[in-house]
Design a protein around this ligand. Structure first.
Ligand SMILES: [Zn+2]
Length: 350
């Protein structure tokens, strides 16, 4: 049955390709505009922290299946929210985490859109067989530029700057071993230790200049790479990645590479897989919402497809876990997935 659906959608794609010749947007995505050096990047089109909270509360009121929990506070005292869909404690549970780095916001925009979808007929029935936890904007202070260090040289405008670091200039995605920061503690003590989580995707943005096969990528993915990760956890992580890879590829506009990342357990992708035995996937989408380095900032005309890429990722993994596809999905692509390289020499950190 699965195979037949896949074949049907493939032939549909071929029909479309026939209609539009070779001008389908395949590969056009990665080549989409990034910051040109003089146009303005309006951060005002992104949800502020307060607007995000308002949206979460609105959806919580509307959606019977949704529950909203405060899991802790940021350095500056902002409540950190977890959106929960737990229909049956025995269901497998997936956690989506966004914006550990405050300047990587389109994944949060996508997550908020996905939360809206979960309240509509678009995902009817799916939540009967899977529990979903969504933690958007873990680094709320960095996202609002409310930090104890200057951001004067950041590129974007529109009322606020967004930065990678939390308010005291700590990189939260290097704090998963010692857990010194309140944001990291909230995630570990009130989510990872509290709920039985079977899968996790950590959503980020990388710079704009990564490529494979001569084409800029729409993103890159990676499983945990610390040597203490249990082989079964690694295998499940690869399967999680397979659901994402195939879903994004089938959209036509996606162009994914393998991320080249570190092995240390202070990184969520590794630390959470080692400490809790949770299969993890890192997804680095193209381009950041703000940065002092021009090369990292994405032109806002690319926002639409990157938000879609997030929604596709969340939707595909929730469905694949709900219907059990994740157990049988083919992971062979990992062996041939090329590691991205950068057109510039600047390092890009997860
Ligand atoms: Zn990041």
């Amino acid at each position: 049955m699965k195979k037949r659906i896949l074949m049907l959608s493939l032939s549909g794609a071929i029909v479309l390709a026939g209609m539009f010749g070779t001008s389908l947007p395949v590969g056009a995505v990665g080549e989409g505009p990034n910051y040109g050096g003089n146009e303005s990047i309006r951060t005002s089109i992104l949800h502020t922290y307060d607007e995000m909270v308002k949206e979460l509360k609105t959806q919580d009121q509307k959606q019977e299946a949704m529950e909203l929990e405060v899991i802790g506070k940021s350095v500056k005292g902002r409540d950190l929210y977890l959106a929960k869909y737990i229909s049956n404690p025995n269901n497998p549970t997936i956690l989506f985490l966004t914006q550990q780095h405050g300047n990587e916001q389109l994944t949060t925009e996508g997550a908020l859109e996905f939360i809206k979808h979960l309240g509509t007929a678009k995902t009817k029935g799916v939540l009967n067989n899977v529990n979903v936890l969504i933690l958007p904007m873990l680094n709320a202070d960095g996202a609002m530029g409310d930090v104890n260090f200057p951001l004067d040289d950041y590129v974007a405008d529109g009322g606020r700057h967004l930065t990678r670091y939390n308010a005291v200039k700590v990189d939260l995605n290097r704090d998963h071993d010692t857990k010194q920061q309140p944001e990291t503690q909230a995630l570990h003590n009130h989510v990872l230790k509290k709920y039985k989580i079977n899968y996790m995707i950590d959503l980020h943005h990388q710079g704009t200049q990564s490529e494979v096969n001569g084409k800029l990528v729409s993103g890159s993915i990676l499983y945990p790479t610390n040597s203490s990760v249990h082989p079964s956890v690694l295998e499940k992580s690869k399967k999680l990645g397979a659901l994402v890879y195939h879903a994004v590829n089938e959209k036509g506009w996606g162009h994914l590479a393998k991320y080249s990342g570190g092995t240390t357990t202070n990184i969520a992708r590794n630390g959470i897989a080692v400490e809790y035995g949770i299969p993890t996937l890192l997804f680095e989408m193209r381009g950041m919402s703000d940065h002092y380095n021009d090369d990292y900032v994405i032109g806002q005309k690319s926002n639409g497809y990157l938000i879609k890429q997030t929604i596709t990722t969340l939707d595909a993994t929730v469905r694949g876990i709900a219907d059990g596809t994740i157990h049988t999905v083919n992971t062979d692509f990992w062996d041939s997935l090329p590691t991205q390289t950068s057109r510039t020499d600047k390092a890009e950190d997860e």
